[in-house]
Write a protein of this length. Structure first.
Length: 256
């Protein structure tokens, strides 16, 4: 989901019939989002809620409003996919507040779809954190596990929307190369094939497949960014990376 136009007709209907509408914009980046435009479409005014209110405050602001009538919480992407709001839904149900999820577009399906790789061949996904805050050991371990199983790996890159900080593909790859020098498992090498994707869901996403040594100097433009590390590939996946993502012809050697 890239902007407010990604909301479904069901989402518009549910929002327009709510008494109170909340929206959070910290779990993901919507580069071309227009709050005004969405308010006009739904006929409702939205109240922005912060991470502190939903997580540290246990979402009491939303739960309290639900006592007076129907409440809608708008979330970027597909609600409860790669977000932290499951606890809020559990608490609502415990209090006798009926909940319902209106599914939407997710970065998980958007990025995989743009790559041309087969969804059923992906292993565990992982988020690469900012290297200056948390030593990203888990991403390297997950990548190694998936590689050993021949599976693709989707890496979401950390972001702090409230601080306008977004981890980029070159920085994330440099971090993984540094971890490789310590781990020495042969997981992320300069000649490792990867796919960098930026602004999935927009009219002009950037999708570039190539070797890590080339992607670390490639300009992917504005965030958000994601990375896929292909595992064992079907010939159709290889063809997709070459035709759709500009991968070098030499990757044909990686076909099963």
């Amino acid at each position: 989901m890239h902007d407010d136009l990604g909301i479904s007709l069901r989402g518009i209907e549910e929002t327009s019939t709510a008494k109170n509408v909340f929206i959070e914009l910290y779990t993901s980046l919507l580069p071309d989002f227009s709050k005004k435009r969405l308010e006009e479409v739904t006929g409702k005014g939205f109240r922005n809620v912060s991470r502190k209110e939903l997580e540290e405050g246990n979402g009491e602001v939303v739960l309290d409003a639900a006592r007076d009538g129907k409440v809608v919480l708008l979330v970027p992407g597909d609600p409860l996919v790669a977000t932290t709001h499951v606890a809020l839904r559990i608490e609502a149900e415990k209090r006798g507040i009926e909940t319902r999820v209106v599914h939407g577009s997710s970065v998980l399906s958007a990025v995989i779809g743009l790559s041309g790789l087969h969804n059923y061949k992906f292993g565990k996904s992982v988020t690469i954190p900012f290297p200056d805050e948390t030593p990203p050991k888990t991403p390297y371990e997950v990548l190694t596990q998936n590689r050993n199983l021949g599976l693709h790996t989707l890496c979401l890159l950390d972001m702090k929307a409230e601080q306008k900080r977004y981890l980029g593909i070159p920085e994330a790859l440099a971090c993984l190369l540094k971890l490789e020098r310590k781990g020495k498992m042969g997981t992320i090498m300069p000649e490792t094939l990867a796919v960098g994707i930026s602004r999935a869901g927009s009219k002009k996403p950037t999708v570039k497949a190539g070797y890590v040594r080339d992607l670390v100097i490639f300009d992917f433009g504005q965030p958000p960014h994601s990375i896929i590390f292909p595992g064992e590939m079907h010939f159709m996946e290889t063809e997709a990376l070459i035709v759709l993502a500009g991968a070098p012809e030499s990757i044909r050697r990686a076909v099963e």
